[in-house]
Design a protein around this ligand. Sequence first.
Ligand SMILES: [Zn+2]
Length: 360
Amino acid sequence: MQLTIKKHVAFFQRHLILLPNPYEEHDSERMALGFFCLLGLDLLNALDKVSEEDRDSWIEWIYDNYVLINSNDSNNKYAGFRGFAAGTTLIPVEQEPQLAATSFAISNLLLLGDDLSRIDKQAVEQFLSLCQLPGGHFKSTASTMCCDQDMRQLYLAATIATLLNISFPQTELSLQYIIKCQNYEGGFSLIPFAEAHAGATFCALASLKLLVNFITIQKQSSLDKGSVSKPYQFHDYIPDKKKLLVWLVKRQQSSGGFNGRTNKDHDTCYSYWVQGSLQLLGASQFISHNDVKNFLLCQTQHNFGGFSKVPGEFPDILHSSLGLYALAFDDAANLPKVEHAICLPTRRMPNFQHVKKKTI
Ligand SMILES: [Zn+2]
């Protein structure tokens, strides 16, 4: 079975124009929904099917969701993006800048060819500082009323800092948080002492990979484990790499697909989370690429285009773009080269001379 490129392109084009009913409950996540469609088209080398006019109007819509919050104290000015505009003049929690919407908005702008020049980078730096918690992880908004506080938010903050080339607040605190999240099985959890999960594991490894760019080599000794030579690589911070590798490889099921936790069923998106983790570790040779390919192309690729979460279900945009991304890890001939730590084709990454380093 081949990748049905034309059907997938039509699938993402349809969804960019009109989302079916099941997406109604995700209305507040429009920035993310748009990202999965644009990413899918770019992975298929089909972003040129989007007219210049549409690109321009989407860029304007994204900037309409840019929120700069000014307080009387100019040091407390902070900025980021929200997931959608609800049309109210007040700023309730959902209208405040959010880490997820900010990360997706920046990625969308890069996919659409914007230069990010309208973003006040210093104000976003302040936003990241306000979201960091004393434990090193992050909350999803600067508001005290926000509830998402875990590894996902930490990863989003690391992505934003990398894509904007701004400072990361307190790197050492976040590194310590990640280290605490490897559990007895070998995988990482969203919060310390919780269940190992492939999504959390990817977020942990990708965050480590991004965060080591923000610290000076001298200061890395503050996290010294005593057995590694400098300069540190990101995987030197993993408490038990062997256990992690065994746990990741065990995620591949007899179907060829991957599950995200012990004793769970396979699911298309874990082809991305698990393979992404193994790619980061340089250990993708320990799984069967042919089996993953067969699972995706023969079992979850849909006749109408797109990929479903599990065989036999209707496709959705998240599993469709992450399914394509998983194929791109191992298919340089037909799909574009992709980043491992950030969910973007390499050609969309901003071209910085060097990443901003900060002494911790
Ligand atoms: Zn899934």
